[in-house]
Design a protein around this ligand. Sequence first.
Ligand code: HEM
Length: 151
Amino acid sequence: MALSAGEIKLVTDSWTAVYANKKANGVALFVRLFSENPGFQSQFRYLDGVSGLAAIEKTPALGDHAVKVMDTINSWIGSLGDSSAMVAKLTALGTSHIALKVTPANFDAMGPVLLWMLQEKAGGAFTPAAKDAWAKGWDLMKSHIVKALQG
Ligand code: HEM
């Protein structure tokens, strides 16, 4: 179900707080993804031969990738009020991840990690109402990604 104008504002305001520091927060997002899901590391070719979370965190390619991911999410947030534009972007992401062998389970794991980043890094903007709006927003985004991922 689409987000209300109030929910879009809650998502946008808390996102703006984390996007202001996109590289560091994007790296923190991935380090958390790997610490919670150690098996995922092997899906990322630029982490071949990199061992341990401290080394992962310092890998330059992870910083570059993290910025791309944060920019992509930022573009989705900017389209929350324009459903057809947002669905087109989410579908493109899902389709691009088929060849990367990413699974729906990978995207299921991303939700709690995204919420963790917001909780840790968005300061006061991540209110209980913002958390509820994000949970609803991520479910909506994920549903379109997974639909495209499954062809
Ligand atoms: C918020 C969700 C996600 C976003 C916004 C995102 C975004 C991106 C972007 C922008 C790229 C660069 C290539 C491209 O444009 O297709 C990429 C690559 C990639 N993504 Fe995602 N992604 C997300 C979730 C995931 C998940 C959950 C996984 C697996 C656990 C994953 C695995 C990969 C891999 C393996 C690559 C290739 C990295 C490389 O070797 O350079 N992504 N992603």
